[in-house]
Design a protein around this ligand. Structure first.
Ligand SMILES: Nc1ncnc2c1ncn2[C@@H]1O[C@H](COP(=O)(O)OP(=O)(O)O)[C@@H](O)[C@H]1O
Ligand SMILES: [Mg+2]
Length: 198
């Protein structure tokens, strides 16, 4: 069996999408996909799919996600890498939503997958995040959209995000995510248009 290459050859843009739970990452990624046709990979969705599959690994993940904690880095990175390789032949670019959650995850991603082009950080206050998540909870059916877990997720986010942000200042686009979704998307386009124009 041929050894797996340590670094995949990816020639299209790789965009990381950072922001607290409820900051609007999913909402903006939808708009980005519609305009740019990038491949949207949400680490949370990949994990939730693994849970749904009913695998033993999925059961372990449920327990961690219900506590609002971070799942082991290798699990997430493997899922992301698998999804990237699958989409690579016809992808225009990759939107990595909700990863890296901590500095080490970012370092591991660039080592095992490829260099990030730009980092979008959707910044919103804790009050805004809680308010939006409680709104989403009514329809999302997510095990982690309840007030207690929301508070833990915000804690986890605040603990780790500063370090991630500091690691990538040169590529970081900090975006005020308190505004309405269309206004935010106008700013987002100003960062992504240069990536796709030659
Ligand atoms: N700019 C915005 N203004 C108001 N509500 C928003 C905005 N962006 C997202 N929302 C709402 O907030 C909730 C969380 O958004 P979502 O995109 O799922 O966030 P994330 O993926 O970052 O957790 C959803 O109910 C969504 O409709
Ligand atoms: Mg999301």
């Amino acid at each position: 069996m041929a050894p797996e290459p340590t670094q995949t050859e990816i020639k299209v843009p790789i965009i990381w999408v950072l922001g607290g739970p409820g900051s609007g990452k999913g909402t903006q990624c939808e708009k980005i996909v519609a305009k740019y046709g990038f491949t949207h990979l949400s680490s949370g969705d990949l994990l939730r799919n693994e849970v749904k599959s009913g695998s033993p690994r999925g059961k372990e993940l449920t327990e961690i996600m219900e506590k609002g904690e971070l799942v082991p880095m290798d699990v997430v990175l493997d899922l992301i890498k698998e999804a990237i390789l699958k989409a690579l032949p016809c992808s225009k670019g990759f939107l990595i939503d909700g990863y890296p959650r901590e500095k080490e995850q970012g370092i591991a991603f660039e080592k095992k997958i490829g260099e990030v082009s730009v980092v979008l950080f959707f910044d919103a206050s804790e009050n805004t995040l809680v308010e939006r998540l409680l709104g989403r909870a009514k329809t999302s059916g997510r095990v982690d959209d309840n007030e207690e877990t929301i508070k833990k997720r915000l804690n986890t986010f605040n603990t780790h995000n500063d370090q991630v942000v500091q690691q990538y200042t040169a590529k970081l686009k900090k975006i005020n995510a308190e505004r309405d979704a269309d206004t935010i998307f106008t700013e987002v386009q100003s960062y992504l248009d240069p990536l796709v124009k030659s």
